[in-house]
Design a protein around this ligand. Structure first.
Ligand code: SAH
Length: 253
């Protein structure tokens, strides 16, 4: 066994549109003999893989059947120790809610060389798809990227987040959008704070709803929006321009 020549690229594949891949991602993908691919990665990116590459889908969407994290880590180590170049493809950026940190630690423990290749994270891309600049200085001093998915029942301190004055960009928040928005209002955010939800951002099936904090959960439900989606809360969401796929509020009222 020789770990010296093997290598793992932890690659961010961006939000969906293949043109949002970085040049570095395309080059690394083209080197790889094996590709471990998350479910949210657009399969079209495989046009940049070697024709003889072994492609292993390792889906793990919340609640669905998935490859255990430990197994994915074992595979990466095993292939790298064979001397192979491994492309670990993740949606968005590998270090934004992507478990890239855990995987990098596992590779380091195993003594496997690894390189992180950033991707365009879905939260920023989804907002931009509606023309929402998440840190427009006329509206806010910053942006908070936060998960709406609870782990072991522990959830973010929404009341504290309501007071930050930053744009809130919520990942994995669709299943609990009602309780989340209620907690933000209880925490002091005005019910009429602009809010937007964007599903499958940058992909042909992108859909979105522009609303207010108090109404967005109901509007999202009425419009049938679902995961994967990003929710943007804050005054900047009022800058959303309405492309054809946006469901106007009066239709979902
Ligand atoms: N590492 C990823 C995030 C992984 S967590 C990144 O940086 O983007 C998975 C969550 O990302 C989804 O539940 C959803 O909230 C969001 N997401 C990923 N792709 C998306 C897309 N094309 N449109 C909207 N949300 C997306």
């Amino acid at each position: 066994m020789n770990a010296k020549h093997g290598k793992v690229y932890l690659i961010g594949a961006g939000p969906g549109d293949v043109e949002l891949l970085t040049l570095k991602a395309v080059r690394a993908l083209g080197e790889a003999q094996v590709v471990l691919m998350d479910e949210l990665v657009n399969p079209e990116v495989l046009q940049f893989a070697r024709p003889d590459a072994r492609i292993i889908p390792v889906g793990k969407r919340g609640g669905c059947r998935s490859t255990p994290q430990a197994l994915i880590e074992r595979w990466m180590v095993r292939y790298a120790r064979r001397g192979w170049v491994v492309a670990r493809l993740k949606g968005g950026d590998p270090f934004v809610f992507g478990r890239g940190g855990e995987e990098l630690q596992a590779l380091a423990r195993a003594g496997v060389e690894a390189q992180v290749i950033n991707g365009v994270t879905a939260g920023i891309a989804a907002a931009a798809a509606l023309g929402i600049p998440v840190t427009h200085r006329g509206f806010t001093h910053g942006v908070t990227l936060i998960t709406g998915h609870t782990r072991d029942g522990v959830e973010p301190d929404w009341a504290a987040l309501a007071c930050t004055g930053t744009t809130l960009v919520i990942y994995m928040g669709m299943a609990r959008l009602g309780p989340i928005t209620e907690a933000l209002v209880r925490g002091g955010l005005a019910p009429d704070t602009p809010a937007a939800a964007i599903q499958s951002a940058t992909l042909p099936n992108e859909r979105s709803v522009v609303s207010t904090l108090a109404r967005i959960a109901a509007d999202v439900r009425a419009a049938g929006l679902a995961s994967p989606a990003i929710v943007v809360v804050g005054p900047v969401a009022a800058l959303a321009r309405l492309p054809a796929h946006v469901i106007p509020l009066q239709q979902v009222a």
